[in-house]
Write a protein that binds this ligand. Sequence first.
Ligand code: GDP
Ligand code: IMO
Ligand code: MG
Length: 498
Amino acid sequence: MGIDKLLDGVKTIAVVCNQWGDTGKGKFTDYLTADWADVIARGTGGNNAGHTVVVNGKEKVFHLLPTGIAHDSAGKITILGNGMVIDPLALVAEIDELNRECATYNNLMISKDAHAIMPWHIATDRAKYQSQSDGGIGSTGKGIGPCYEDKIGRRGITIGHLLNRDVLAEKIKRAKETHPEQQIDVEKVISDLTPAIERITPFVRDTVNEMHDFIRAGRHVLLEGAQGLLLSIEHGTDRYVTSSDCSLNGTASGVGISAKAIDLPLGIVKFPFMTRVGAGPFPTEFAGRDQEDYCAEGLKHDIFYEAKVYLGMPLDLAEVRGAQQKRNRTFLESLEREVKSYIAQHRDKIVDLFNNGSEFEQGVAIRLAAGEYGTTTGRPRRTGWTDAVAARYAVGINGPKLILTKVDALAGMREFNITCEYAIGEHVTSEFSRESGSLRQVQPVNITYNGYGEIRDIRDYDNLPRSLRRAISDFEHLTGGEVVIVSVGPDRDETIVR
Ligand code: GDP
Ligand code: IMO
Ligand code: MG
């Protein structure tokens, strides 16, 4: 079809995730911003997100800022929408990083109505929701859930409130009453936040009205989803979810527009494997509970551990742990680059792990091959086959147009599976239940396909291996979706538009 045909007559696009996050929203926001979008807006979540952009092999990660900020110097406008929860200190840290890189952010807009993550939200999140033991959900510990709790409880503090010292003091005093378990020192909170508030004040706007103006003026508007449908508070795997509605509808309302105003909703799925980070049901997970428990140990099983133990890379783990404790970012970032280059050079070892018959090690190998470690937390992401039952459910909510990502990562695997149905005892179903207890009961029913080799250089859909094309066609039939883009690498160019 080609990108021009896909975008013909389109004024508004949303890129959302149809799984449990980390499907490449960053890559596709960047892809569509480079030549198309004028305005890029995020509507949900906060710095629990980690969106990666790769340009000419160079990686950049954003947590709060929409990835469109990388195109600020080209005059593109980036908006942090009303549905977001914003930690002012984290936002300033991200802006500081742009400063260090001499990147601009002149066209940034921050919604006055977005809610502010306050120190007690972070403390509560860490104490109540970050752990994965005893049924804990394994939150990112950024204060997201408690901040949304205050928003829904009509006692939240918005970015607009931060700008007026008296209003802010009053709001914090009330927070002290509603959070008696927290040691809130009103004056200290204000003085700690003041420098950050001063930094962000020039960017605060009524972004909902701005959005309406952009749409009325016919500008190209791109919504950058965060998290994923299966993590949505409305539609995700209850209660192992985040606290915003990260569906297409929630993303639209999070920037102040109707989902009906979106001409081209694009739902991303990783294919033919998928991931989940944090706790919760994952029917197609390799080695089931064994992998879930292993990944629940978080950084103990990070990329450094797995490269050493499963690929035999000579690494001094004690030195790594020391650097992690001291937060020696420069050392760790450089070591991570070394690990990634080691993985690329030892593809034969990955391929051995893919094909040695151990489901658990197949899961580890995919994690290593595809770099599946949390962008925000460094935790290992759990891996499993792409689930057409869950994707069919997602298509029902986010619409039929699909982008498949990370397809290149399984090069060299002898065969791969797609889950087409769930079995519950004698009964089979293609209906997805968001009820976590039910999802824990199902057994995936798979279709197996022959594996494929390197596909990163392919740019024409018809040149993809036959078994892969057959799997994609079956996936479309199973889900009711229509695959419009296949991504064969992290770089902007490594993209096939059908
Ligand atoms: P997001 O949260 O949806 O933006 O995704 P993340 O950035 O957390 O994780 C996706 C990762 O996959 C990033 O490191 C991307 O650079 C990378 N990526 C995106 N698309 C592809 C692809 O098609 N192939 C490969 N190998 N990597 C990809
Ligand atoms: P992006 O936008 C993957 C998960 C956490 C946890 C649950 C609740 O990069 O795809 P929270 O801190 O939000 O209260 O945690 O949601 N989670 C994500 N998983 N990608 C994300 O964002 C996520 N944001 C939150 O791991 O299980
Ligand atoms: Mg991510």
